[in-house]
Write a protein that binds this ligand. Sequence first.
Ligand code: WT7
Length: 635
Amino acid sequence: MQNHYHIDSLEAYNQACQDATNTPEDFWDTIARENFDWIAPWESVLEHDLSIPAVSWFKGAKLNITLNCIDRHLATRGSKTALLFEPNDLGQPAVAISYRELHVRVCKMANVLKSKGIQKGDRVCLYLPMIPELAIAVLACARIGAVHSVVFAGFSAAALATRINDCDCKMVITSDGSYRGAKTIDLKAIVDTALLSCEAVQSVLVVKRIGTEITLYKNRDYWIQPLLDAASGVCQAEVMDAEDPLFILYTSGSTGKPKGMVHTTAGYMVYSAYSFKNVFQYQEKDVYWCTADIGWVTGHSYIVYGPLANGATSLMFEGVPTYPDAGRFWEVVAKHKVTQFYTAPTAIRALAKESLSLVEKHDLSSLKVLGTVGEPINEEAWHWYDDHIGKNKAPIVDTWWQTETGGIMITSLPGITKTIPTYATLPLPGIKLALMDDTGQQITTPQGQGKLCITFPWPSMARTIYGNHQRYKQTYFSAFKNVYFTGDGALRDAEGNYRITGRVDDVIIVSGHNLGTAPIEDAINQHPLIAESAVVGFAHDIKGTALYGYVTLKNTNVTNQDQLRKEINAKIRLEIGAIAKLDKIQFTQGLPKTRSGKIMRRILRKIAGKQTDNLGDISTLLNPEVVKDIKENAL
Ligand code: WT7
């Protein structure tokens, strides 16, 4: 079998698709064997039974992902920049960390973790800003076989505690605080609050970042720097099994409890590296920048593992797009001569609203590839990105994937396959897609619209939900027999290009963040004056989708509604984080329910979207009278 690791032409893409379809095991066997370092080979490429579901890739192989992301580059790329850190403040210099330095820093951190009792299989929670220590801590865990669980440092203490407890983290690594534009956030104080309810945590390591005063609890909390200074810069990589867990990453679902998606080692490594190479067409001297936070899967796969496995230079940005002004992204692109730039549609929409002079004063001629991820990109934003950032010379890759898929599933390949505004376009070789109709049948015509599924295992698929395999099966493998259901709807054109139409379940994507309605409603319902609530999405200029809450009070005589709205959002901020705040809150007499008591969200979505002319069939409602009230008082 030909090695399809790097697809560099349309012919190569077509050949790879053909080979991956006809002989998937040979396809991945060759890619894995010829492009990575293994300690011991595998006995079988793929074993799977999607009725359980049980999937194993490269069974029996031994490896360590950090040997592939760091050590193997030392001989040829030791002085090459691995991580290029651009701080929040313009006054602070950028920091280039070479592969050689990264090696030492990861080993030191790994030795510190060991000295605090962390062993293979232990879970370590990382609650850190976008500073080099975050990437280094991720790799240090992988070095010793500890399972990292990165929690985005915008989550509240309550949300952090839930995630720490769900997988029994033994250690938390955090910082005194973080910079966010002109503001600072006291992260350590948030961790302290969270840990009041986390019994398994034995130690907390604290990176000094903002210099604020913090409390160090005796025998639990330690400044990390003195420990790093004293640690050895050599740490032998733990020998990992192909299917040993590499990390847990939480994503929201249709109940209040977040789902800890478990990713394993070999398949994830192979797929994140392979997809990175092809989607961004990375070349040796390129400077690649993904603006995501490592707290999301995009940062795991396309800031840390995928780029480093390819020996790339990966830029890490601590700040926000609008500080000190809304030209910051373009300033950073010009400063570091960024060649590939990967961001979210919400950021593009926000920056497109600003004066073009903020773009035009920076030299963006280094850019070769632009990427988007996280939500559907609207046509207007796509063209603005193409015209003003790429100057119509840098192809846009609209990459569709999920926390659960571990890597990009649908995308165009820049300069190789066609780009079509608003279409993610084609699956990567080896990814077998299907659209299902409402009767549960696969749509076999070329054109169609339905629920997006993946019918065959791929190497980086999540293997389970931590501690709840039944929920994994129920959520992803029960809507349609023996296929993975994504939760998204899509349409397909006559050429086989896919356009994602959005979620078909109770998950709402706000500014590219995946939010379940259930946890938000749970937070609202905790307010003593509130009887029940329903949250739906509505179209928003910048966020793509924003949140609209319908709230029924226990006693309708509340006079200060604005005060109550503030309290509701404060509660959400406390339970989840500011990303889940509601843009609109309407107080209602009741919520439309089916006879079985389920809230009919379809109606609420239409009203929130101001499409009240045709609400569809409401005859099956238990309480049709509430609809009139909701319609009349819509915001
Ligand atoms: C959901 C997954 C994958 C990393 C970031 C989000 C939506 C993602 C696209 C895209 C349309 C997209 C989907 C998906 N989504 N990328 N290019 N076009 N929608 O990861 O938080 O797990 O969210 O994001 O609805 O299911 P996530």
